[in-house]
Ligand binder design. Structure first.
Ligand code: CO
Length: 208
């Protein structure tokens, strides 16, 4: 992609928006009130707003390699804190995707330097579900299943955060686990059992 072309693209985008609504950007500058926190992968093929048909102001977004929610990641924890405490989002979505390079890398016995501690979190998901995964003979099927299980475990990590635990006392928040299938463009709801997981989590991770 030509970097200079980006500024031309931006000009056309501004013109298009203003053509439909003269006060579009003035209104945007007034503030944000998104109802969704979207946590997704940094993969360039997986967009956040575009695949949901959402526009500016509709989703608070956090992306990293393999859509991880790590307790020690100050960035992810700050995003969740702000989204839950100040924006009071109603939905938190963890969206993974098939053909995720991060998940694939975690399945290989390879030393990847600085990426090792990050991928370790995905290897932990593999270990937690190794019986189910090792029973799958087809490598692609196994890979896709780990993508799904990783989304599920990251949803659990979202529910475990103190901010979500606190917020659940005063506001209705639902955590959703989705997978984007790059091959078909379709978004799949994994329909994670939010209340079931919540109940199980509360036994150990509750703060009140
Ligand atoms: Co990915």
């Amino acid at each position: 992609m030509d970097i200079k072309k980006i500024f031309d693209n931006n000009k056309s985008w501004v013109a298009e928006k203003l053509n439909r609504d003269k006060e579009y950007f003035q209104n945007l500058s007034k503030g944000q009130n998104p109802e969704i926190l979207y946590i997704g992968c940094s993969d360039s093929r997986v967009t956040a707003e575009e695949l949901m048909g959402a526009g500016p102001g509709e989703a608070f977004v956090h992306r990293n390699i393999a859509n991880m929610v790590s307790n020690l990641d100050l960035s992810a924890m700050s995003v969740i804190n702000y989204a839950v405490k100040f924006l009071e989002v109603k939905h938190i979505i963890v969206c993974g995707h098939y053909y995720c390079g991060g998940v694939k890398a975690a399945m290989m016995p390879e030393d990847l330097g600085i990426l090792n501690p990050w991928l370790r979190n995905i290897r932990d998901v593999y270990r937690m579900h190794k019986d189910e995964l090792n029973a799958i003979e087809d490598e692609d099927e196994k890979y896709n299943r780990l993508v799904e299980l990783n989304v599920q475990e990251q949803c659990v990590n979202v529910i475990k955060t103190p901010d979500v635990q606190r917020a659940l006392k005063r506001q209705a928040i639902t955590v959703h686990g989705w997978v984007f299938d790059i091959h078909s463009g379709k978004l799949i709801d994994l329909e994670i059992d939010f209340s079931g997981i919540l109940k199980e989590i509360q036994q150990i991770y509750r703060l009140h």
